[in-house]
Design a protein around this ligand. Structure first.
Ligand code: ATP
Length: 373
């Protein structure tokens, strides 16, 4: 533990914008991504504290709003513009590959040893600014190396395979040869769909999610064609669920997607993206027939699959087209209530989309009254 050319002072200085802690004598350290990123000179984005003692009590001493996750020995405190996660220092034991670990209270040094990669197994104690680090951790941080802490790491917890891909892409770090070979032999078979789905969401929130998925493509039923994927993302409007767009578009198996325990809406978007196609005919009304009611993400995917102009036109213009008349206007003009109203409105909209109708309300009403059912 310890040593190296890094200065723990920068980590404590970066913590200064958070509320002061009252540790009540317990040993507390900041750990994980915050330490890694600060020592690398990158902007850290969340604070993880580890305490040899009561996580909830420490979280409460921060003064913000506190949520305690009792069974996990963790707590989160949030205030205006800040969030701190606190965990009881623990040792972990995996009862079965891919299962959640059993945890027991332990020292901060033990807690570092249960982590995913050495560069995440560095801590700075809050009282003395002591730098604690797993073997190789500081050298790996300066050398840009991702190294697991023991050889069962990916078997115990295959989510670390996803984490490896995320860090490799985001930090531009490379796995050391032993880690590379352990990762090559490991897979996701023992992991529940829910946990894999959760981990993939994190991967898809990375700055370059396509590159992260490409690194995992040999272990998951994914066919990653980065150019198409990036084209679909470029077509997708701002409100799109970019994560589900990618997951659906690149996935080869519907059953696999369904097993990830996504929310109903996420699954709907992902499946629509998996099946998205450009219709054979691309007149506005043909696009309307093919794409109305479809999640917009699926239209972006269809565009990337060979209909860029059609998708751009749908997203930018056609999906907004509405009639100025409604069913009430037809009823007022003497058409009987019932399915005929819907059919007349639909045919009027189709005519409007195809540019066969100019003029507003009056022209639409005249057309709707004229069309044969
Ligand atoms: P970032 O938030 O930048 O992705 P982070 O390192 O803060 O990185 P978190 O997911 O917030 O990542 O996890 C916090 C820390 O918890 C990690 O740095 C790592 O030490 C540890 N950790 C998280 N997930 C695992 C895991 N599956 N196995 C072992 N350790 C883990």
């Amino acid at each position: 533990m310890g040593g190296g050319a890094f200065d723990s002072g920068v980590v404590l200085a970066a913590l200064a914008r958070y509320p002061p802690l009252r540790a009540g004598g317990a040993r507390v350290a900041v750990v994980g991504g915050f330490v890694r990123d600060t020592l690398l000179g990158r902007d850290p984005h969340e604070v993880d504290l580890v305490v040899e003692g009561d996580a909830a009590a420490l979280a409460r001493s921060l003064g913000g709003e506190v949520v305690v996750h009792e069974p996990f020995g963790t707590a989160t405190a949030t205030g205006p513009g800040w969030r701190v996660d606190v965990a009881m220092a623990r040792r972990e034991r995996y009862p079965a590959p891919g299962a959640l670990p059993e945890v027991a209270a332990a020292s901060i040094e033990d807690d570092l040893a249960r982590r995913d990669f050495t560069v995440n197994a560095i801590a700075v104690t809050l009282s003395g600014g002591e730098l604690l680090a797993a073997d190789h951790a500081l050298d790996d941080l300066s050398g840009g190396v991702l190294r697991v802490l023991h050889e069962r790491s990916f078997i115990d917890d295959p989510t670390r395979l996803v984490r490896l891909a995320r860090y490799a892409e985001r930090l531009r770090f490379a796995a050391d040869p032993a880690t590379e070979s352990l990762a090559a032999q490991a897979g996701f078979a023992t992991l529940s769909g829910a946990r894999l789905g959760g981990e993939l969401r994190l991967a898809l929130a990375e700055p370059d999610p396509v590159a992260v998925l490409a690194r995992l493509a040999d272990k998951l039923p994914l066919a990653v064609e980065p150019e198409f994927a990036r084209e679909a993302l470029a077509l997708a409007p701002a409100e799109s669920d970019r994560a589900m767009l990618l997951l659906g578009m690149l996935s080869r198996e519907e059953a696999w997607l369904s097993g990830l325990e996504l929310t109903a809406r996420e699954l709907e978007v992902a499946l629509a993206c998996q099946h998205a196609r450009v219709p054979a005919e691309v007149t506005p009304s043909a696009l309307w027939r093919a794409w109305r009611g479809l999640p917009i993400e699926a239209v972006a995917v269809a565009g990337a699959r060979g209909g860029v102009d059609a998708a751009k036109r749908w997203i930018g213009e056609l999906r907004q087209v509405r009639l100025e008349i409604g069913g009430d206007d037809l009823i007022a003009a003497g058409i009987a209530e019932g399915p005929e109203i819907g059919r007349r409105l639909e045919r009027t909209l189709v005519a409007k989309l195809d540019g066969e109708l100019s003029g507003g309300h009056e022209a639409e009403l005249a057309f709707a009254l004229r069309v044969q059912d």
